[in-house]
Design a protein around this ligand. Structure first.
Ligand SMILES: CC(C)(COP(=O)(O)OP(=O)(O)OC[C@H]1O[C@@H](n2cnc3c(N)ncnc32)[C@H](O)[C@@H]1OP(=O)(O)O)[C@@H](O)C(=O)NCCC(=O)NCCS
Length: 275
């Protein structure tokens, strides 16, 4: 995996790396072994606290993925990365006093997991938030989610045929909202009706009305369906006119398979919320 800047002239912004990892890529026994070497005390404590083995296993896989990818990206060995959490629980990599071994003076990452799938976004220059959701949510219905959205988003959802089309609209909005609020480190503390997305029919954000304390111009959004029926969204705070490329990797990073290259699209109708 390359971690050098890769803009058009070789000096542009470093690409964003997305790692989509199904749990089945890392057998539970191997995940447990890796985690016993790599996870810090606090992570081990969280893992030990799960009631159900499947939740513990999910946590170990996700956090082995985080440490492996951070090691690839920064050169800091998996067990030596110091990860701290903000007061709202957002994890950050602590920068070593001499900077990152492979250069760059910042690195942001964000993790999401949805029953057997993990998505990790890593950026060397930009704040990033990611979210992944499965279309088959078992008995976890979507009605409660819809009530948290803005009126215009609820109207857009209501215009879709009940069933799959409707659920898809709900989850597209949900993943985008989570990705944005996670990029900002606010999580569910940010009311989901304080900002709104207008979406294209199949894929893509047409416009974004940010919360009162933010501006739309700073953000780019990407929707991805890494495997059928699994929806993901990425929010990136882009400073400057040149957005980074996006490299989508599939699977646990054992090898060096070439990523899929994606583009961070521009908002078609970016607008400020006038209040
Ligand atoms: C962030 C949040 C929206 C995640 O919701 P979710 O859909 O259940 O979970 P996802 O799988 O998409 O993401 C979970 C991951 O997001 C990251 N995360 C946690 N809090 C976050 C925050 N405030 N901002 C961004 N990312 C966060 C973590 O890596 C977490 O996984 P981990 O606990 O295994 O490390 C939700 O947990 C939240 O609002 N948390 C904040 C709660 C808070 O304010 N706590 C204060 C006391 S700690």
């Amino acid at each position: 995996m390359t971690s050098l800047p890769s803009g058009p002239d070789g000096t542009g912004p470093a690409p964003i790396h997305l790692w989509f990892c199904p749990n089945e890529d890392l057998a539970p026994g191997i995940a447990a072994t890796l985690a016993s070497y790599w996870l810090d005390e606090q992570e081990q404590e969280v893992a030990d606290g799960f009631l159900f083995e499947r939740d513990r296993s999910q946590y170990l896989i996700a956090h082995a993925l985080v440490r492996r990818v951070l090691a690839l990206e920064t050169g800091i060995p998996e067990a030596e990365a110091v990860i701290w959490r903000s007061s709202r629980g957002r994890p950050f990599l602590q920068l070593p006093s001499g900077g990152l071994p492979r250069g760059a003076d910042m690195l942001d990452f964000n993790l999401s997991h949805a029953r057997a799938y993990n998505l990790l976004g890593v950026s060397r220059e930009h704040r990033i938030g990611v979210d992944v959701e499965r279309m088959d949510r078992g008995d976890r219905g979507l009605e409660n989610i819809i009530t948290t959205f803005c009126a215009e988003e609820q109207d857009w959802i209501a215009r879709a045929a009940p069933g799959r089309s409707r659920d898809r609209r709900v989850l597209r909005l949900w993943t985008l909202k989570e990705a944005y609020s996670k990029a900002r480190g606010l999580g569910l503390a940010l009311p989901f009706d304080s900002f709104a997305f207008t979406l294209a029919e199949d894929e893509g954000v047409l416009s974004f009305q940010p919360p009162a304390d933010d501006s739309a111009e700073r953000w780019r959004f990407l929707e991805v369906e890494p495997v059928p029926e699994v929806l993901a969204a990425v929010a990136v705070e882009v400073a400057g006119p040149h957005p980074p490329a996006v490299h989508l990797h599939h699977g646990f990073p054992w090898g060096r398979a070439a990523p899929r290259r994606l583009v961070l699209p521009e908002l078609v109708g970016a607008s400020r919320r006038g209040r």
